[in-house]
Design a protein around this ligand. Structure first.
Ligand code: IPE
Ligand code: IPE
Ligand code: MG
Length: 247
């Protein structure tokens, strides 16, 4: 049942971290410099989410389609992820962050896969913030892999069964989905899970996305009426948003 919570903090925020390339190009820097700056923005955002009581943060770091970028940028991004893991995992661990990598690992090297698994294992006991990093992720991949899993097990394909087989089955659906960088599209992000997420598009390029921009997004979220198919009148007094799915 939806309830009024105009002061609510979204339980789960998802972000398409877009605009790194443009951030760099505007400064006459190589695109990878923007991606490096983007890691800093993610660190700040993790801290800000913890400070505000957000329970789950899911970020889009590399899409299934990003393999189509120039080889130099792809290898730069892979290298940056490896370096960031080594650099950031100790502080993520100390800050109570539980890290998950969400996406297709089949095409990744054994060494890379081991790095992801190690980072997950190192932070597995943490409970302050769940951070899902979507890497080699696509919403269509997720639906297809979930359906394949059910069919391999001979299970009936129902909404509930698919939901449970999805790569984000360990968290509830996002309440607020933010895309930075000014584009107003989903780009194959959480196609299944964003069914009832509130959408917010920020013109800020991801490296410039700061605490004030996060607060602005949360403020907008608080003004939204989440109806989940019901009418305003059914929601009760002032019909403001709820962080819960309708029963
Ligand atoms: C998002 O920034 C990060 C990744 C896709 C890896 P972009 O690299 O897409 O930046 P723009 O959109 O070109 O500015
Ligand atoms: C989406 O951004 C993917 C990530 C942020 C990782 P893109 O920059 O790849 O999306 P398009 O190409 O503009 O749709
Ligand atoms: Mg982009």
């Amino acid at each position: 049942m939806a309830t009024s919570n105009a002061n609510a903090v979204p339980h789960h925020i998802a972000i398409v971290m877009d605009g790194n390339g443009r951030w760099a190009t505007r400064r006459f820097l190589p695109r990878i410099a923007g991606h490096r700056q983007g890691v800093g923005a993610l660190n700040r955002c993790v801290q800000a989410c913890i400070a505000r009581g957000v329970a789950v943060l899911t970020v889009f770091a590399f899409s299934s389609e990003n393999w189509n970028r120039p080889a130099e940028e792809v290898s730069g991004l892979l290298e940056l992820l490896g370096l960031s893991l080594a650099r950031e995992v100790p502080s993520l661990k100390a800050n109570g962050v539980q890290l998950h990598f969400v996406g297709d690992r089949q095409r990744l090297s054994e060494k890379f896969k081991a790095g992801l698994a190690q980072a997950e294992a190192a932070t597995a006991g943490n409970e302050r913030l769940i951070l899902n990093v979507c890497f080699n992720y696509g919403g269509r991949w997720d639906v297809a892999q979930a359906a394949r899993k059910l069919s391999a097990e001979g299970l009936e394909i129902t909404e509930l069964a698919l939901d449970r087989a999805m790569a984000l089955a360990h968290v509830p659906d996002p309440d607020l989905l933010i895309r930075t960088g000014g584009e107003m599209r989903i780009s194959n992000f959480l196609l299944w899970q964003a069914a009832y997420s509130e959408l917010h598009f920020s013109d800020k390029l991801w490296p410039d996305f700061d605490d004030a921009a996060l607060d602005a997004a949360i403020e907008v979220f608080r003004t939204r009426e989440r109806r989940f198919g019901q009418t305003s009148a059914q929601l009760g007094s002032d019909g403001k948003n709820s962080t819960q799915k309708a029963a």
